[in-house]
Design a protein around this ligand. Structure first.
Ligand code: DX5
Ligand code: ZN
Length: 239
């Protein structure tokens, strides 16, 4: 299933042993120079690249499709974490897998029932992505994905309403991360939206390991310094 070999510690604690990963969100990059931005992020210490796909229906914004993701993949040496903010994830699973998605994440709000979530997860496995993720919006209870935790490699806890970069972090979602770790979820727990040097350590302390930042990384005066700062803050917060 592509699970990380390292797992969370015993149920009932927030301690995780998955590595901290810092993921620049390319949504905040200069799209006219996307390959250069991918290289700059990698030279600055990015672990993976976070790629935001929006369809103008699931969220009120449009971004990029499989051909652009394929070009990003061609430029990258690090894995692509593809966040699908789209109404029909099943329809586009194969093109995004072929474009080079390493992690492919769909939103639970697009697949509300457990049966439909399981069907989408099966579809993503069929098309051969390495890791399958499920995301929850700030107003979606984490219990909505409780019955598929055994089948996913990653849970993305959104800390803003998806659609745009540069929004403010919503600390009220942190208990969802704690809930996942307290029930012993061993996979990757990702947070996305409003992460910066002040808010990102709170995510790590709650048990998140896969940490996305767009404006805080691409808007930093020195990207390398910023990624190092974020990583150090996350590691200190979980110590
Ligand atoms: C929001 C996207 C995020 C966004 C985060 O819908 O899913 O990945 O790029 O941007 P920041 O870090 O600026 O909030
Ligand atoms: Zn995202």
């Amino acid at each position: 299933m592509g699970r990380e070999p390292s797992a969370a510690s015993a149920a009932g604690t927030n301690t995780v042993t998955n590595p901290v990963r810092i993921l620049p969100s390319l949504l905040s990059c200069d799209f006219a120079r996307i390959a250069d931005e991918v290289h700059r992020a990698e030279k600055s210490g990015a672990d993976w690249h976070h790629v935001d796909v929006m369809d103008g229906h699931f969220v009120p914004n449009l971004t990029i499709g499989p051909p652009v993701v394929a070009r990003i993949h061609a430029a990258a040496t690090r894995a692509l974490d593809v966040h699908l903010m789209i109404t029909d994830p099943d329809q586009f699973a194969e093109p995004f897998a072929r474009a080079g998605a390493h992690v492919l994440t769909f939103h639970a709000e697009a697949r509300p029932s457990t049966a439909s979530q399981r069907a989408t997860i099966a579809r993503f496995r069929d098309v051969g992505v390495e890791k399958v993720g499920v995301a929850v919006n700030p107003d979606t209870p984490i219990e909505r994905v409780a019955d598929v935790l055994d089948a996913v490699d990653l849970v993305l806890v959104m800390s803003v309403f998806p659609g745009f970069g540069g929004q403010s972090f919503m600390p009220e979602v942190l208990p969802k991360v704690e809930w996942l770790r307290a029930r012993g979820y061993p996979g990757l727990v990702e947070m996305d939206g409003g992460l910066n040097p002040e808010t990102l350590p709170r995510c790590a302390a709650a048990g998140a390991d896969t940490l996305v930042a767009g404006s805080a990384i691409f808007g930093a005066p020195d990207m390398r310094v910023r990624i190092a700062e974020l990583r150090a803050a996350a590691e200190a917060a979980r110590a």
